[in-house]
Design a binder for this molecule. Structure first.
Ligand SMILES: [Zn+2]
Ligand SMILES: [Zn+2]
Length: 279
């Protein structure tokens, strides 16, 4: 399984010299199976660049699996080139978003006055697939939905192929300081011995108290989860939109120090646009 990041920023896209190395686009991650099945996770602004190269390669089928409908995770969709290609087929997977379905959420986004082209007028064939609690397959990739602890809900995913496990958990508050919820154990169980965990790491310890219950995690909790679940690699994702490259480097260095001091062999990275790993 090959995992490639097209955008890792949280909340809103940013640009500027201080964001060059990690990039400014919002969430979009590509997963490619050993058989060539390509699946996109989330449609943040990073999906635009993927769409351009995809169109150039004359590919026609796109699988898009969405975590939730907050704007930073779908705002790239109206600018995703394949939706304007009459030969393209889009399979969109998503769970309930607050009171409605993912289809309803995208229909609301893709209509005037927010956007000039109505979803139903798009040339591409678009098929919606409702994600519930059950596992589903896309090609040889097996997806297990994971309930997110996030305002309006959402889905993380455990993605498996040939015994390799990739966990994608963005927009998720671990609430390690509140063990009464039982949530921490839930996530630890699902992440156990994963080859790669990519997790929301929006806050530092200092920032977290002002943002408790906003639905995002502090990076120290992500590292604690990675160590407790004995994952092989952990990637810090959903980068705070105000976080500069240098500040992000400092967070990654501290995360690595925590891992080193624990004696674990877990690898750790800050996920930026262009990050790629094969598991
Ligand atoms: Zn987000
Ligand atoms: Zn969100």
């Amino acid at each position: 399984m090959r995992i490639r990041c097209w955008g890792s920023r949280g909340s809103f896209p940013v640009s500027g010299m201080e964001f060059i190395r990690y990039g400014g686009d919002t969430a979009c991650v590509e997963v490619e199976s050993s058989k060539g099945d390509v699946v996109l996770l989330d449609a943040g602004t990073g999906i635009r660049a993927f769409g351009n190269q995809f169109a150039a390669a004359q590919e026609k089928v796109v699988h898009l699996v969405l975590s939730h409908a907050h704007l930073d995770h779908i705002m790239g969709f109206p600018y995703f080139q394949p939706i304007y290609d009459e030969h393209a087929i889009l399979n969109i997977y998503g769970g309930q978003c607050g009171a409605g379905s993912m289809e309803t959420a995208l229909r609301k986004l893709m209509r005037p006055p927010y956007f000039p082209v109505d979803l139903s007028a798009l040339p591409a064939e678009i098929n919606f697939h409702e994600v519930g609690a059950d596992t589903f397959n896309i090609g040889v990739l097996k997806f297990t939905p994971i309930r997110l602890n996030h305002p309006n809900g959402g889905c993380g995913y455990r993605i498996e192929e040939k015994g390799k496990v990739f966990i994608f958990l963005t927009d998720n508050e671990l609430q390690r300081d509140n063990p009464d919820t039982g949530l921490y154990e839930y996530f630890e169980g699902l992440c156990e011995k994963a080859d790669l965990l990519i997790h929301d790491a929006e806050y530092t310890e200092e920032e977290y108290p002002q943002h408790e219950s906003w639905g995002h995690s502090k990076y120290t909790d992500v590292i604690k989860l990675a160590l407790a679940a004995e994952v092989k690699r952990v990637g810090l994702f959903h980068l705070n939109a105000l976080r500069t490259d240098d500040q992000m480097d400092a967070i990654v260095a501290d995360a690595k120090k925590i891992i080193r001091e624990s004696g674990a062999a877990t690898e750790c990275f800050g996920i930026g646009t262009g990050f790629e790993v094969v598991i």
